[in-house]
Design a binder for this molecule. Structure first.
Ligand code: ATP
Ligand code: MG
Length: 875
């Protein structure tokens, strides 16, 4: 059975058991402060377990893209070394939200594995939770009884809290679980050692494939467990491991999921997969990492220096480094794998094939830049090893290489070993820990438990239609972050728009009755599916239980934001019209000051293109196109209308469609929009820049701000007009002014040259030979210090041999130039530099130069006479 068939059979099986099949959520987590990446199938359903919101069906199944490289679940260091942990993997899952429970879940998993997939029953072991006294959770008798009837007591293993109590994070839903393990060893090994003894013992061929979690509790911030209102089932099966089992392989990498990329790499490196330990590891690392990188970028997360972007950059560097060291790839190579993957996942995760060229280009640029630091890092490492006093490279050095050049510790160790050096691993870990502590302190966030004020689950947003509403507080939470203590407040109904889709959150006030207290709302954000109002006033603790709250947004701010948001839609459509259909949104920001739109495009947008785009947008504004807003449109229908969905964005089954002229702009959008485009008044593009490889950024302003900019510019023009005495054509007038100035400058220079020529002739006649040395020591009148120097130099060149000191008063300052013929310099050991410096003291100045030509300047022209007098002494 091929891997696509296996995936499909899983989904079909649960469909036949009444499950709704849903798409995978994006890899990069949105609206969840506790997660950077989706790390399990249930992450997108977390809210349903917590009782916020209602699932579209009580039974759901899907395949979810997961990434386990940070936070509580981090498998990165195992990847490539073992054969069954990946960075990105697919988790096949089925869920029951308060519907079926342990009986159905376990029976179905057995049916699917043994009857549909025909896995051998005598190779399967299951586990149940043995209980934990400290947490007050009992032995899972129910799961035990169900399994006993299916597999018999001797195939059941008792699992401890670490293996059999599943928790999503530090807080949140959790519960006991039952794992299914499979023994894939050869028959003769099975005969020697029982599979049961190898379960949960990190044996590469006795692995967990499926985990059935029974969600019964919520873990609170203080560590206690509170029963959930409804009991749920949450299962997750590693797709790649399942393929290994069904295809009779002993490594995930031997399945068709990875063989395409592995064979490509082997061929490129001129090696055989399976021949050399380190080359094999490198191929596994690369084949694994390219998936994580490509899908993250396709989901809209570009490599960067912070947070999720940095995680991706590190994964990429790890892969490049393995290729560089063990496969001899000194040139970018990862990007070549993108087309293979795109094709492999077409029809499953289409976001990759749709953006194939873009993803490959981003990866290519990252590779180029890392390969550059990689070689500078190698030079740095050489130097460090050279300077190393003993036989051990210090932890700080290893850390520097890691931090600055992205060198993983094992790379440094390997190279050091070649030079007979060890590395101080403990010192490295210490430095690393210190950095982690620093960044944890920076993040510095902590939160107390939610204070529930009133029962209520559904939170409704009325901000499309109202700016003020009367409501009540459902709950609030005290949090500590960089900005100090803040409160997150959840209301039953709210007009406050929570930051999303690039539009910033609303600000405004909450007025409590009967207490009469008004609190400022500083920001509004979405967390999971809740709308959270941020308040910094501690009085919320006293008034939260008040009978009512009047929630009002700051209307004028919202109006500008709204105008900017609609202008963004008009802009996007204009960009596609002018630049082409490859233009896809890569990020946006809409606030009360401006709108910013990032999009994929490989060249700079030219001035003419900008002009055209601006023209189209303003024409659409002038047309005063009315807003067509449709809520709760089935997603398929919205796509039919031509609405473009963003990659990396999670959409429900029903979406909101915003249309301004169905032939011009149709978008899926949750933001706020003007009733008709005329309200925007005016849109002005102010910058066009590059943000990342293949991504351009346009910033623009609208309405009042655009008007203010234009009137500022107009004021400048009027001022110029007045200065130039209102010429008919301002541009021509300025151009001719510049031309005139240039030609005047030329004329003046000519005159000066002539004048100096005459002066030179005159001076030549005055050379004084009385002292035996031909000398010219004089004050002259020239316009610049340069002219003085040139004059002295020319005189010295033209005369046979000459000591020529010229001084002048130029713009109130003293200037000296001394030129001495080379023969004099040698014969009399004179040095113009030293002499001029000495003389300059008389004018309170300094100078210098070469032995035959030097200059000086000074503040006091009155001293020039004395200079001329003293100069005689050198003759
Ligand atoms: P393990 O102990 O093998 O790391 P786990 O206990 O972390 O697994 P769960 O969190 O229960 O796994 O995830 C459910 C299923 O997802 C597992 O049974 C396994 O098949 C799969 N899985 C978990 N982590 C990975 C990974 N890094 N790569 C591939 N598959 C994984
Ligand atoms: Mg794990």
């Amino acid at each position: 059975m091929t891997s696509p068939e296996i995936r499909q059979q899983f989904l079909d099986f649960f469909k036949s058991k009444g499950h709704l099949i849903v798409p995978s959520a994006p890899l990069v987590a949105k609206n969840d402060p506790t997660l950077l990446f989706n790390n399990s199938g249930m992450a997108q359903f977390k809210d349903f377990f917590l009782g916020n919101g209602t699932p579209p069906s009580k039974r759901i199944a899907d395949t979810q893209k997961c990434l386990r490289v940070s936070g509580k679940h981090n498998d990165l260091e195992d990847v490539g070394f073992d054969t069954y942990h990946h960075t990105m993997f697919e988790m096949l899952g089925n869920w029951s939200f308060g519907d079926y429970f342990k009986q159905e879940a376990l029976t179905w998993s057995w049916e699917l594995l043994t009857e549909v997939f025909k896995l051998p029953k005598d190779r399967i072991y299951v586990s149940v939770f043995e209980g934990d006294k400290k947490d007050g959770v009992p032995f899972d008798q129910e799961a035990f009884d169900i399994w006993k009837a299916i597999v018999g007591e001797d195939r059941i293993i008792y699992g401890n809290k670490k293996d059999n109590f599943w928790e999503m994070g530090e807080t949140g839903p959790c519960g006991p679980c039952s794992e299914i393990h499979i023994d894939l060893r050869d028959a003769d090994e099975v005969a020697k050692v029982s599979g049961k003894s190898l379960v949960n013992a990190d044996h590469p061929q006795v692995v967990e494939i499926w985990n059935n979690v029974f969600m019964q509790f919520e873990r609170m911030a203080d560590g206690s467990l509170v029963p959930l209102p409804n009991k749920h089932v949450d299962t997750g099966m590693g797709f790649e491991r399942l393929c290994m089992a069904i295809q009779g392989k002993q490594s995930n990498y031997d399945t068709d999921v990875f063989q395409g990329t592995i064979q490509y790499l082997a061929q490129k490196a001129g090696k055989q997969y399976g021949d050399e330990k380190w080359a094999d590891i490198a191929m596994r690392v690369i084949a694994d990492h390219i998936r994580a990188i490509a899908f993250c970028i396709a989901d809209g997360q570009l490599p960067s220096n912070a947070k999720a972007g940095y995680v991706i950059r590190r994964i990429l560097r790890r892969a490049v480094r393995y290729g560089y060291t063990y496969l001899g790839f000194k040139e970018p190579f990862m990007h070549e794998l993108v087309p293979l993957l795109a094709k492999q996942f077409a029809g499953v995760f289409d976001e990759l094939i749709a953006q194939e060229a873009f993803v490959a280009k981003v990866i290519y640029e990252e590779e180029v830049s890392f390969l550059r630091t990689l070689s500078t890092g190698l030079i740095r490492l050489d130097k460090l090893m050279e300077d190393c006093k003993g036989k051990v490279l210090s932890g700080d050095d290893v850390f520097e290489l890691n931090d600055t050049y992205g060198f993983p510790i094992d790379l440094t160790a390997l190279i050091a070993r070649e030079k007979g050096l060890d590395i101080d691993e403990a010192g490295f870990n210490k430095a690393l820990q210190a950095q982690k502590d620093r960044s944890r302190k920076d993040a510095g966030a902590s939160a107390e438990d939610w204070m529930i004020v009133r029962e209520g689950e559904e939170v409704s947003f009325v901000g499309y239609d109202e700016t003020q509403t009367v409501t009540q507080v459902l709950k609030y939470q005290k949090v500590q972050n960089k900005g100090g203590v803040q409160y997150k407040v959840v209301l039953e109904t709210t007009p406050f728009y929570a930051e999303s889709g690039g539009q910033v959150g609303d600000t405004g006030t909450l007025t409590f009755k009967p207490s009469g207290i008004t609190l400022q709302v500083l920001d509004t954000k979405k967390e999971n599916d809740l709308i959270v109002h941020f308040v910094s006033d501690a009085r919320i603790e006293q008034v939260a239980a008040d009978a009512e709250v009047i929630a009002s947004i700051e209307v004028s701010r919202r109006r500008t934001i709204t105008q900017n948001h609609t202008a963004t839609h008009l802009l996007q459509a204009a960009l596609q019209e002018v630049l082409g259909n490859h233009v896809a949104q890569k990020g946006s920001l809409v606030n009360e000051a401006l709108l910013r739109f990032d999009f994929s495009h490989f060249q700079k947008v030219t001035d003419e293109e900008i002009q055209k785009i601006e023209q189209i947008v303003n024409a659409k504004i002038a047309e005063n196109i009315p807003l067509m807003e449709e809520r709760n449109v089935p997603i398929a229908q919205a796509k039919e209308k031509g609405a473009m969905a963003l990659f990396g964005e999670k959409y429900g089954d029903f979406v909101r469609v915003i249309t301004f002229d169905k032939n011009y702009s149709v978008e899926l959008c949750g933001g706020t929009h003007v009733p008709a485009t005329g309200e925007i008044g005016l849109c002005k593009i102010i910058t066009e820049t590059s943000v990342a490889t293949g991504v351009r950024r346009i910033e623009a302003i609208t309405s009042q701000q655009a008007y203010a900019l234009l009137s500022e510019q107009e004021a400048i023009i009027s001022e110029l007009n007045a200065l130039l005495k209102a010429p008919k054509d301002l541009v021509k007038a300025v151009a001719s002014l510049i031309e005139q100035a240039n030609s005047l400058q030329k004329t003046v220079a000519n005159y000066q040259a002539k004048e100096i020529g005459g002066l030179k002739t005159e001076l030549m006649k005055q050379i004084d030979t009385k002292s035996g040395i031909p000398a010219l020591i004089q004050q002259v009148s020239v316009p610049t210090a340069d002219a003085l120097k040139n004059l002295a130099f020319d005189l010295q060149t033209e005369a046979e041999s000459l000591f020529c000191l010229l001084v002048a008063e130029i713009e109130g300052k003293a200037s000296l130039a001394l030129a001495i013929s080379k023969d004099l310099v040698e014969a009399k050991s004179l040095n113009a530099g030293t002499i001029v410096r000495e003389l300059a003291k008389e004018v309170q100045g300094g100078g210098g130069g070469q032995a035959f030509l030097a200059t000086a300047g000074g503040q006091n022209p009155a001293g020039l006479n004395k200079v001329l007098e003293l100069a005689q002494n050198y003759l």
